[in-house]
Ligand binder design. Structure first.
Ligand code: G3H
Ligand code: 13P
Ligand code: ZN
Length: 311
């Protein structure tokens, strides 16, 4: 099974009422933990690489590690650029073997977002690569953001048909109240997503795959292990899993997860080092982090995304 695009995966996910997991990768242990979990439950996979990941590990190392994982597991894997900021980075990833790119023009005015996204789509489609665009900005949790400011950041459903038609994107990321990182809501704030917006976007774009960024649940067990073993992450809070399951049963076909992987890895490393303070063989503390990632991803694929058995 070669490295594939996400076209078929997302189409089947839409029809089947489930979502594909898009997991961020930065090193070998993360790639192994994710792909071993997916192989165990036969789930299709999107592995995504940010600009920061390319800077940390180098494009060629990540590409070769993912090719190794594909050879090892036989799984269909899509390799995706996460949050591409410019035409140049998208081009570099397409030329370097990625099968999918995100051009994130969400901070640009509508017309500029369309122009940049359409330029990337042209280059990508000519080379058999698919493109994710974004409309709307993910929420932050700054104290001084008032309700009308927040509303301004959500995706406006009346823009989505024009954006998709004029850019030719293959999938669209929208903002309905998720955010990046481990602190998605203020202490005491009730987690809330704008399912009304998702429903309206789905109605306007029948059959079209929607993407949810910032979708880590910030698993409390891992936060607790980190806090009990020398870390300090008070008030870390994520998106409840039942909300993600609901989104996956609607038009959301790709769910992005990075922070939960970081927490699982960090919990494993901290616990191992706390147990054996004199340990200095990296394999002894990275392996527990990799095991945590494998368990976490299996749980997500089976219980949250619903894509186990769909490869
Ligand atoms: O959405 C962002 C991802 O979590 C990647 O984060 O830019 O620190 O690699 P990064
Ligand atoms: P989290 O920080 O919620 O894991 O989101 C990751 C993401 O959206 C990557 O694009
Ligand atoms: Zn994101």
């Amino acid at each position: 099974m070669p490295i594939v695009t996400s076209k078929e995966m997302l189409k089947k996910a839409y029809e089947g009422g489930y979502a594909i997991g898009a997991f961020n990768v930065n090193n070998m242990e993360i790639i192994q933990g994710i792909t071993e979990a997916a192989a165990e439950v036969r789930a299709p996979l999107i592995l995504q690489v940010s600009a920061g990941a390319r800077k940390y590990a180098k494009h060629v190392y990540l590409m070769k590690l993912i090719e190794a994982a594909e050879a090892d597991t036989g799984l269909p894997i899509c390799v995706h650029l996460d949050h591409g900021e410019s035409f140049e980075i998208c081009k570099s990833c397409i030329d370097g073997g990625f099968t999918s790119v995100m051009i994130d023009g969400s901070k640009l005015p509508f017309e500029e977002n369309i122009r940049l996204t359409a330029e990337v789509v042209k280059y990508a489609h000519d080379r058999g690569v698919v493109v994710e665009g974004e409309l709307g900005q993910l929420a932050g949790i700054e104290d001084d953001v008032n309700v009308s400011d927040e509303d301004a950041h959500f995706t406006q459903p009346d823009q989505v048909e024009e954006f998709v038609a004029r850019t030719g994107v293959d999938s669209l990321a929208i903002a309905i109240g998720t955010s990046h990182g481990a602190y998605k809501f203020k202490p005491g704030q009730k987690p809330m997503l704008r399912f009304d917006i998702l429903e309206e976007v789905g109605r306007r774009l029948p059959g079209f795959p929607i993407v949810l960024h910032g979708a880590s649940s910030v698993i409390p067990e891992y936060v607790q292990i980190i806090n009990e073993n020398g870390g300090s992450m008070p008030n870390a809070i994520g998106i409840p899993e039942d909300m993600l399951r609901k989104a996956a049963s609607m038009a959301v076909c790709k769910i992005n997860i990075d922070s939960d992987l970081r927490l699982a890895m960090t919990a494993g490393v901290r616990q191992a080092l706390a147990k054996s303070p004199s340990e200095f063989d990296p394999r002894k503390y990275l392996a527990p982090g990799r095991d945590n990632i494998r368990q976490l991803v299996k749980h997500k694929l089976i219980n949250v995304l619903g894509c186990a058995g769909k490869a």
